[in-house]
Design a protein around this ligand. Structure first.
Ligand SMILES: Cc1cc2nc3c(=O)[nH]c(=O)nc-3n(C[C@H](O)[C@H](O)[C@H](O)COP(=O)(O)OP(=O)(O)OC[C@H]3O[C@@H](n4cnc5c(N)ncnc54)[C@H](O)[C@@H]3O)c2cc1C
Length: 344
């Protein structure tokens, strides 16, 4: 009897989790191994701002109980970093030296916060918010009623910003081209949205670029951001929300084509027959536009994970989602966006 197929998934976010569940539904016998750098099983990342409302117990954020993985025979390996994929040998290598063979590989490694090039040297002075651990660090480092300097302010950042305001913190927003990303807006379209934030008490800085960040001694705000107009802004924490950069660095030897993300067909297969990709990590071919496109956002990535799993198991379904993309000021005077999961 042939050995059961071994499906390996890199990433336990929405795409990876949806894929693992679908693979199991499609084949009760296959082996499924899922690697993640996260310390906790799949949770809804869009709920992370809720930490500031007191939801600091990680168990409270989980999408399914931890027993789900055993019950579905999904081998979830947490705190494991994939450092290399050998596309010819069909193996995945981990930071701790282990090498794991696969029959099919699904890369669902998402993206990390993009940092403007000129600030990468000061990355250790910038707080992240992409994982439960990172969000908890911000929560602990920010004094009650303290101040956040937010660079950019993509829709993930704006969601956090609104939560910070309503829980007693203050925010300075340094606007750049990624403000309100993934929405692409002209200056005219952005203006009323920024006015909403100003009316809520946000200090909005336009037309100045951060050029340096420094740490301050006790007694002063912990961080100082220097701007290219010669002024400086002080705050307790600096955060950058400037869109996402796909997590593809471990795929360079995998014999797959990469632009900014992993390039996949509408069926989500890469240029390597055994490797597939889903979620924020991939760019999907759009035949109408003759271009590879990102489809960021919760609703899309979940669909992609499930679709990739069905195609790995022999289906030939294309990704065909009609993505709504709009942001507006409602009659209630608040910002609304089709990107925000909490709106749906
Ligand atoms: C605070 C916050 C709020 C958000 N709000 C919204 C919202 O309201 N609406 C919305 O649509 N989207 C929102 N998003 C974005 C949404 O969460 C992402 O689109 C979605 O999580 C992407 O899913 P994914 O499965 O592609 O990747 P992710 O959820 O990013 O998961 C990536 C996985 O890959 C793993 N990984 C990465 N590299 C490696 C490696 N080398 N080795 C092993 N594992 C690796 C990670 O550990 C993780 O498990 C929000 C995101 C955040 C952080």
């Amino acid at each position: 009897m042939a050995a059961p197929l071994h499906h390996v998934i890199i990433g336990s976010g929405s795409a990876g989790f949806g894929a693992a569940k679908t693979l199991r539904e499609g084949d009760p016998d296959c082996r499924i191994t899922m690697f993640t750098m996260d310390g906790i099983p799949f949770y809804h990342r869009y709920e992370l701002p809720e930490i500031f409302r007191g939801r600091t117990d990680w168990r409270d954020l989980l999408a399914v109980p931890p027993s789900f993985y055993d019950e579905h025979r999904i081998n979830l390996r947490r705190r494991c970093r994939v450092v290399d994929v050998d596309g010819a040998a069909h193996t995945v290598s981990l930071a701790h030296q282990e090498t794991v063979p696969f029959d099919s590989l699904l890369v669902a490694a998402g993206g990390r916060a993009y940092l403007p090039e000129n600030l990468t040297g000061q990355a250790d002075l910038i707080h992240g918010f992409g994982s439960f651990e990172a969000a908890m660090k911000v929560y602990r480092d920010l004094p009650k009623g303290g101040s956040v300097i937010m660079i950019g302010g993509d829709m993930i950042g704006i969601d956090l910003l609104l939560t910070l305001l309503s829980t007693g913190y203050s925010v300075t927003l340094i606007v750049n081209a990624q403000t309100f990303w993934p929405h692409e807006l002209s200056a005219g379209e952005r203006a009323p949205l920024l006015d909403v934030l100003r009316n809520k008490g946000v200090r909005v800085i336009e037309n100045a670029r951060p050029v340096g960040i420094s740490a301050r001694n006790a007694g002063a705000p912990a961080r100082q951001v220097a701007l290219d107009d010669g002024t400086e802004v002080g705050g307790d924490v600096v955060m950058a929300f400037c869109g996402l950069a796909s997590s593809v660095e471990f795929m360079l030897r995998a014999d797959v084509d990469i632009e900014r993300g992993l390039l996949v067909t509408p069926e989500l297969r890469t240029t390597n027959e055994a490797i597939w990709a889903a979620g924020d990590v991939c760019q999907i071919w759009h035949d109408g536009d003759k271009a590879y496109k990102f489809y960021h956002g919760w609703k899309n990535v979940r669909v992609m994970g499930e679709l990739a799993a069905r195609n790995i198991q022999g289906a030939h379904e294309p990704f065909d989602v009609d993505v709504e993309d709009s942001i507006w000021v409602g009659e209630d005077g608040e910002i609304h966006s089709t990107f925000w999961t909490r709106e749906t």
